[in-house]
Design a protein around this ligand. Sequence first.
Ligand code: SAM
Length: 241
Amino acid sequence: MTAKIRLYVEHPLGVGQSVPLDKGQTHYLFGVMRQAIGGSILLFNGVDGEWRAEIVEAGKRGGVLRCVEETQPLVMPPDLWLLFAPIKKARTDFIVEKATEMGASKIVPVMTEFTNAGRVQRDRLQAHAVEAAEQCGGTFVPEVAEAVKFGKLLDHWDNARHIMFCDEALAGQTSGLPTIAGPWAILIGPEGGFSEKERMRLNKLDHTHPVVLGPRILRADTAAVAAMTVWQQTLGDWQQT
Ligand code: SAM
């Protein structure tokens, strides 16, 4: 009866619900994990919680699972977005993976003045978020948005959402995260940091809060994890654990 394999599916889940497998899932379950009819798998779809399902059809080209019981309700993360300037491919993948594990509700690649990464492959990054949710036991998968230019992002910014502006120029000074409830976004810059123009634009906004992550300059991927840790500990769902 144990079900340790977790799969994200784009299909409704509920008692007795049949869930067809796609090609990749079929290969993974029957080819890689050597599962067979009667095997138990955990399924989630980001909406209906987590369900234990049994394999009822297993073939080379497809298979079907049937939901048996709910094992976890849907647990939404706090309303926290991670805005980050894409960096090298592997480090960008790392940021998306960690942001999912740490409980971001949305992940937004932002093209800043000093961003020197190539084109962002949104679908690839979304697949990384799915994989991270599968392995961390989460029941929600954050959306990875299309990359957006810094200026356009701020032109359309909803003033109700506070920005935790992680500003390397303040490293070594004291500027902590204010304990203001509501929707938030963390902003992490690229390897080259923020330009003065960007810094000035951000600092003119009422809802921007410059925050320092200690006395040393962190790599962008380290900074993303550190910032999410600070936010989750101060305002997020770590307070309940
Ligand atoms: N090239 C920049 C410099 O030398 O000053 C460093 C940029 S850092 C590698 C990338 C991003 O991580 C920054 O834009 C900032 O968002 C964040 N960051 C790194 N260290 C930080 C710190 N001590 N405080 C706040 N943010 C930090």
